[in-house]
Design a protein around this ligand. Structure first.
Ligand code: CTP
Ligand code: MG
Length: 335
């Protein structure tokens, strides 16, 4: 009876599509924001190169993976070869350099899980986090960006899901809920699973891009221009996909034994990964495999308290999509 209940009718799909697309459009950053980000990156690069001529700066995270909202902070990675000094020495030195320029609120956080320097640029008004040699993040940023180019529905879905998660307070890793990165992977996995599939599995295709970072092989098909018709057989529109996404995480995902895996384009078993029990702080209550660091479960921040909150929110969203006549309002209601 659950299956019968959970079928959305045609008229509903048509009616909800335009409002969801309007929300998506309202979240997209304007072109001039990109220009400002580039401008800030260039001025930071000049400062850094005075001290370290061979160092390079890369954008990563939402400002570079095409899943960023307007007015968000930017994530920058400083890539540097200097082996004579430690990461935290580099971090403190970097903070010094930035401080002496006219940047504001410069703050080094050498003991954070990902050590960073924070700053605010008064010229562009942009806040920025700089980390050191986090090359894997730069590469997984490229993977997300490449997936986004294949089918426009991924960006639409991920924007709506991120907006929902931020509105409902379930995008806070320090409170045991999921990162934006995890939500985007959930969306990619979901679109790989649709029948017919809306996204391919790039890591199972011919390798056209490969790098090795500290023993981790990152290899996949990145000539995504060739895949622009990939999802054409599937005619589902954004409202239907949002409905099905929440239905999946509320009622269909097997939390007890399944791991979602963008790397393989399928669901794999917890058993196969030895993620069946708590080890240290990794509880594996919701399992999302990192596409490159495959021993890394992005759900590891979720504990026995926050899993209830998270699943409660998935059910709330699924029920709103199923029954509420005006879901666009209810779905994003502040918690
Ligand atoms: N990242 C990662 N592993 C994680 C979390 C994040 O490698 N467990 C990297 C990813 O490259 C990700 C970036 O850090 O793109 C930023 O993560 P996050 O803040 O979760 O995502 P954003 O896309 O920046 O989202 P937001 O708009 O919420 O800032
Ligand atoms: Mg970010």
């Amino acid at each position: 009876s659950r299956n019968k209940r959970r079928e959305i009718c045609r008229s509903d799909i048509d009616r909800l599509n335009a409002p969801f697309l309007a929300i998506y459009e309202s979240l997209i950053p304007a072109e001039e924001e990109k220009a400002k980000q580039k401008q800030l990156l260039t001025s930071l690069e000049k400062l850094v190169n005075k001290e370290w001529p061979d160092a390079q700066l890369y954008l990563y995270g939402s400002c570079a993976n095409s899943f960023g909202f307007s007015n968000s902070d930017i994530d920058v990675c400083l890539s540097i070869d200097d082996t004579d000094i430690t990461k935290s020495e580099i971090l403190l030195k970097l903070a010094d350099i930035l401080q002496s320029d006219n940047l504001q609120n410069v703050q080094a956080l050498p003991r954070a899980r990902v050590p960073i320097v924070k700053l605010m640029d008064p010229v562009t008004g942009i806040s920025c986090d700089i980390c050191i040699n986090n090359v894997l993040a730069v590469v997984n940023t490229k993977l997300l960006r490449d997936y986004a180019q294949i089918d426009s529905r991924l960006r639409q879905l991920a924007f709506i899901v991120k907006h929902w998660a931020k509105s409902r307070g379930v995008n806070e890793t320090y409170q045991g809920t999921l990162s934006s990165y995890a939500y985007v992977l959930m969306c990619i996995h979901f679109l790989q699973q649709r029948k017919p599939a809306i996204l391919p599995c790039l890591q199972e295709m011919e390798v056209t891009y490969a790098v090795t970072i500290d023993d981790t092989e990152c290899a996949y098909f990145d000539k995504v221009d060739a895949l622009c018709d990939f999802g054409a057989q599937n005619k589902e529109r954004i409202s239907q996909l949002i409905w099905a996404f929440f239905d999946y995480w509320a009622y269909r995902h097997d939390y007890a034994s399944s791991v979602i895996s963008v790397r393989t384009g399928s669901v794999i078993s917890k058993q196969a990964k030895d993620w069946t029990r708590r080890i240290g702080n990794d509880r594996h209550l919701i399992c999302i495999e990192d596409p490159f660091e495959t021993s890394h479960d992005l759900g590891r921040v979720v504990d026995k308290h926050s899993i209830k909150i998270l699943r409660g929110e998935f059910e709330r969203a699924a029920n709103i999509m199923q029954y509420d006549p005006d879901p666009c309002f209810k779905l994003f209601e502040r918690y």
